[in-house]
Design a binder for this molecule. Sequence first.
Ligand code: SF4
Ligand code: SF4
Length: 383
Amino acid sequence: MNPTGSGNRAVRASRSPTSGLSAEPSLEAPVRVNEIDDPLPLDLVLLGGFEYACRPDCGLCCYAEPRIEREERPPLLQIAPLAQFGSRRGGSFLRARPDGGACQFLDANRCRVWSARPSPCRQFPVTVHVGERLQASLVLSCPGIDLSPLAEARPWTFRARPRGLEAEVEAAKRRATSSIRRTVDAARRRRRRVKSALEKTGQWVDEEEVRADLRSAIPLPVVEDFPVPDPPPVNEDLANLPLYFDHRKGPVALAGGLGAWELLELRAEGGAEPLTLVPPPARPPELTAEGHGLLEGYLRYFLERDALFGTVVPEIEPGSLSTVTDEMRKELRAIGALVLSRADVRRRGVRDAVGPLTWVDVADGIRACDQDLLDRPTWGDRL
Ligand code: SF4
Ligand code: SF4
């Protein structure tokens, strides 16, 4: 499994308010959404302990083409009669400006249609994987999220409430209605098909068994996992490149090249300014103890995401020698290698720093990867 697939900007959403809100979500039990007509539980455990506050100088998540529902169009058109829509996979989205630019409504890092923004924009950075169940987690590329809980041994088992995410959770719950039951059913059927094929060859292992096995010794990247595959080349399409937020340059894209990665400062109106070229590491960079702890914590967090299984398991060749546990182990190592490579490139790209990667460097690497990793297809879907 190659974890470097570039992000799908079509599903990236938008800046979210930190104000407003009703009761804090309880993490004691899955929250049932749409209780009256067709209850679907929304599992919020992976939000536990995180704090979020949108950064007014950022705008990263608005380099996107958010999906928009039919009923969301009229209020938006009242504010913006010339709004431009596109369509894809039977749904509509708001067009971004061409050549890697931001959403047509991003203006000096502010949304011009804030009160009528589509639901993915209201929900971000909460993301919901629709698979066997509805599992919420966070898009950790958002620099408004404090990553400290990742360094705890098992953050998802803590009953701490998330802070600053109340409006986003409410928006996610509103989207998780009975209409997605069909997607859940389709994901279950796909999983059953894959499970049955792998059971016949003795390769299947249930998710909880895999987790129990890997939690105790989280797989970390080794020399063979380097160098990682390049990001897409710059001439392919700016809109397909992985992005991160740099506090001095704003949104920065990473492009692959001949032996080096290019860092490009994106412009909201489209186009990009080349910043520098940095060769990716050919072997695992050294880490401080804190950097190591954060990487382990991130991989633990990823292991808890259902999306990871939904991405990795369908790719297993029935009859090969690999079990689900083997492939998940390999995948976590590959994700770790990607995080460290992007952390190293980010750091050398802006600071020319030497020495082991610190907590801050690894956090930068996580932020430069998480959206891309979540954007990969799974046997389900993503809200
Ligand atoms: S990526 Fe996060 S911090 Fe940046 S604008 Fe979006 S919600 Fe705010
Ligand atoms: S509608 Fe507003 S919040 Fe949503 S992507 Fe566009 S500018 Fe960002």
